[in-house]
Design a protein around this ligand. Structure first.
Ligand code: 3PY
Ligand code: MG
Length: 270
């Protein structure tokens, strides 16, 4: 029997799937953030990007984080450090509802990631999901539903990735094309936020839509996220955990010193 996840449900609905970037380990941090939206009439976060490419999270943290996020009704999506079969296998076996790989440059790259996420005969995922269903509701038949239910995401964040994006988007079994705006600017040598950068973002968005895939993007704050949701991005990361912590702490110190807060100054960092 198949099963579903919070991110799959949201991506299958007309609503934007809002999520955020987790760079700090510890169930307490992620549960606190997810609980902050309890009672929100239009829903909270449907996914969390557990970042093991950058940030302080490692393989050893996966299981605890997946269970914490799953128990709050959201989906943990692990960004593995690199597109490697063994890294994807360990992330899925620890209960990720989806995986994301950095730097997808070609359709071949994307097809490999899909293959590593699916059990034979579709793919080559090794078998051993003893703990994987712990982040899903009791009674979930993981073995039968995993290939269909788990979300496969690749990042478009290089010149080759954009040049091949229409072919990448056609890869069977791939669910989401996720733009990394920071790397996209650095790898291509263009200004982040400039015209060329925006053209590559829009090309990726169009390619995903044309192929019936979902488009996603990392944003620096809520205003940035609102703009991307209005452009038609299906999945939007609003900010990072550390971004919020640092900004809110600095603002409160300013208030304590009688300086007030500087209005809605737009963030520009990670
Ligand atoms: C990037 O911007 O390069 C990302 O990978 C997401 O932050
Ligand atoms: Mg990146």
């Amino acid at each position: 029997m198949s099963f579903t996840t919070a991110i799959r449900d949201t991506l299958g609905s007309p609503s934007t799937a809002y999520g955020f970037w987790l760079t700090l380990p510890g169930a307490g941090v992620v549960k606190t953030i997810l609980r902050s939206t309890v009672g929100s009439p239009d829903g909270g976060f449907s996914w969390v990007l557990v970042d093991a490419e950058h940030g302080l999270i490692s393989d050893k943290d996966y299981y605890e984080l997946n269970n914490a996020i799953g128990s709050e009704g959201a989906s943990p999506i692990i960004r593995v450090p690199w597109a490697e079969e063994w890294m994807i296998k360990r992330a899925l076996d620890s209960g990720a509802h989806g995986i994301m790989t950095p730097m997808c440059h070609s359709a071949e790259d994307a097809a490999k990631v899909v293959k590593w996420c699916k059990y034979p005969p579709t793919g080559s995922r090794g078998y051993g999901p003893m703990f994987a269903a712990h982040s899903l509701p009791r009674g979930t038949n993981y073995d039968e539903g995993a290939d269909k239910a788990l979300t496969v995401v690749v990042q478009i964040e290089s010149r080759a990735g954009v040049e091949n994006v229409e072919e990448i988007a056609k890869v069977d079994g791939l669910d989401v094309l996720f733009i990394g705006p920071f790397d996209l600017a650095k790898q291509t040598g263009v200004v982040r936020g400039g015209e060329e950068h925006e053209a590559m973002i829009q090309r990726t968005l169009q390619a995903a839509k044309a192929a019936g895939k979902k488009a996603a993007i990392f944003c620096v704050d809520g205003a940035d996220a609102q703009k991307r949701a209005q452009q038609g991005f299906d999945m939007v990361s609003i900010i990072t955990d550390v971004g919020v912590l640092a900004q809110a702490m600095a603002q409160q110190l300013d208030i304590a010193k009688g300086k007030g807060i500087e209005g809605n100054k737009q963030r520009d960092g990670y």
